[in-house]
Design a protein around this ligand. Structure first.
Ligand SMILES: [Zn+2]
Length: 206
């Protein structure tokens, strides 16, 4: 095990550009998988693959290192009397399904009806990525994004619609390219009032 490798003396302890060390047991696990899949992990093209795969997975799963709610901690109370829907749509995202660890690639639309305060619009996308960069199922991702905004922004309503392709369906199993899955979560006004729900869905393009 070489998991505890101290940084070189001349390098700053927390250099963000420094590639994270990959412990031997993690590399071994990936070598085992390569072998299991039918290839030779010692051949030239695959020698450094375990390290690359391990570091890539740290990035895919960066969401575990953060609490997405922090992005909603800075709110603006001066909204000039604005009390209509705030919508961010066509937000591209990437996640991985927890059943096959295969990519989920899609786009999201996130809307809320403010109650006295708003957040910077890019924060909605950050909340999405915070939950997407984990092992997920699309249904839970949709619900977690909506719940986080509902709890921390306390708006009158939240609507989240996610449309995505799952590589575990398109590249394996039934191998059905082109099929997309749509999930939605409505809360508050968008759940209770049909007219508001129809309005937000039409703004989202559904
Ligand atoms: Zn899957």
């Amino acid at each position: 095990m070489s998991s505890q490798v101290s940084p070189a003396e001349d390098s700053p302890r927390h250099d963000p550009l420094r590639k994270p060390d990959v412990p031997d047991n993690v590399q071994d696990a990936i070598r085992t998988l390569i072998q299991w899949a039918g290839d030779d992990p010692t051949r030239e093209g695959l020698v450094d693959t375990p390290k690359r795969v391990a570091r890539a997975w740290l990035e895919y799963c960066q969401g575990y290192q953060e609490d997405p709610a922090v992005h909603l901690s800075r709110i603006f109370e001066e909204v000039g009397g604005y009390d209509e829907v705030v919508l961010l749509k066509d937000i591209p995202f990437q996640s991985h399904c927890e059943h096959h660890m295969a990519p989920i690639i899609g786009k999201a639309a996130i809307a809320y009806l403010p109650r006295n305060h708003v957040v910077g619009i890019s924060k909605l996308a950050r909340v999405l990525h915070g939950f997407a960069r984990r092992l997920q199922i699309q249904e839970r991702l949709t619900a977690e994004v909506a719940q986080c905004i509902w709890e921390h922004l306390r708006p009158q309503g939240v609507a989240v619609v996610i449309e995505a392709n799952h590589a575990c369906m398109t590249a394996r199993g039934v191998r059905t390219p082109g099929v997309g899955m749509i999930t939605s979560r409505m809360m508050g006004t968008f759940l209770e009032d049909e007219r508001s729900r129809k309005e937000v869905l039409s703004l989202m393009g559904y």
